[in-house]
Design a protein around this ligand. Structure first.
Ligand SMILES: [Zn+2]
Length: 151
């Protein structure tokens, strides 16, 4: 059977129609890389098309950027991906530069022990940051209360 141009077009169309937009938190392995480096790893190793990122600042502010080639990845960043399923985009969350640098098959990128330990660290440091901010708020409002009371 000959594959005509129109058949090819249909094949691409069906492939494209099955792809959707997903978001996933980027692995700590991507921290300090540029968007371009991360996009290349996502495409070449993970089989995902990274199109945008959303960075969450310590104060909770969200900054969205589409294809920001010169921007580097901060710790709390979500990626926006064109992919086939939510399971596929999980690879961007599990990617570990130590364990997966030589992996050739995207399906083999799964949670490893070091990323599990790192995530616990990230979680703890986020908790500590939160506690520091809360303490600062408390001290400031406490000082303010003292000033108002004439001390
Ligand atoms: Zn690992």
């Amino acid at each position: 059977m000959d594959v005509t141009d129109s058949d090819l077009w249909k094949t691409y169309y069906i492939e494209g129609a099955n792809l959707e937009l997903y978001t996933e938190t980027l692995s700590v392995s991507f921290k300090d890389m540029t968007f371009q480096q991360v996009a290349e790893i996502c495409f070449g190793k993970l089989g995902l098309l990274l199109i945008a990122i959303e960075t969450i600042k310590p104060d909770g502010e969200k900054i969205f950027a589409i294809n920001p080639l010169d921007k580097s990845i901060e710790q709390r960043t979500r990626g926006y991906f064109i992919a086939g399923s939510a399971t596929e985009v999980k690879r961007a969350f599990f990617y570990c530069v130590t364990c997966h640098a030589d992996v050739k098959i995207p399906e083999l990128i799964k949670e490893c022990d070091c990323s599990r330990a790192q995530r616990l660290d990230v979680h703890l440091s986020a908790l500590v940051n939160h506690a520091v901010i809360m303490t600062q708020h408390f001290c400031r409002s406490h000082q303010k209360a003292n000033i108002e009371m004439g001390r």
